[in-house]
Each structure stands twice: as C-alpha cells, then as structure tokens.
Design a binder for this molecule. Sequence first.
Ligand code: FE2
Length: 133
Amino acid sequence: MEDYLECIFDLESTKGYACVSDVAEALRLNRASTSIMVKRLGKLGFLRYEPYRGFALTPEGSRVAEKIRKRHAMLADLFQLMGLDHRDHLSDIEGIEHHLSERAFRRFAELAAHLRSHPFHRPAGSNRPTPVT
Ligand code: FE2
C-alpha cells in the first residue's frame, strides 16, 4: 500500500495528478490489480478522484507518502555514506523503508549523521570504504 502512495506522490509531483495506467507502469504491475488497489486506497481515504484526470492524494495520503519519501531519502543517503551506490540498491531501500520502526528510523538517521561527520577514506583502487583513523 505504501509503495502505491509513494508512487502516486511522485507522479503528482511531476504531472499534478496520477492515473491507473501511470501507476501500473511505474510499479510494473498490471492495470487490473492496480485498479483494485486504487479503489481500496480511495475507500480508506488516501485518494480522491479528479474528474477526467485520475486521482490525487488526500492530506492523509500525502502524510503517509511523505513519511515514506523521507525514509527513502535517509536510507539512500545512508547507503551512499556506507559506500554503496543507492541506485544499485534501490530494491533494498524500497524493502527496508516500509519495515523500519520509528525508533530504528531515528537511529539510522543518527548513524547517517555520524558517518557524514566522520567520512570513510577510500584507498586508491578500492571500492570498499575504510574508516579514517
Ligand atoms: Fe521508496
């Protein structure tokens, strides 16, 4: 469910609204299952329909989507700080972002801040970071 809200948030940011075919294409799902989930999200109060256009997030839908986007951005940052290209680890990030408790999220964010202020040194010819001593 959060994947859909995150995807719709991204589509809204670029197009101003989302439709079933855009969401299905972005998430690589078929239109039928996407349509079922969109109806469910509407019933749960996360989406409202935009006549002749598609649908958009309600304030509650935006709140959930922004929380996930924030987690995604922090995890992408943390992966980079650990010497892992966040683009190569997109599926890891997409998986982890939904399962972190608030407490774990805060600790991961603190770890990212620590690594930012204590950067790794990368020896020439190595793609493995080692802490600066
Ligand atoms: Fe994500």
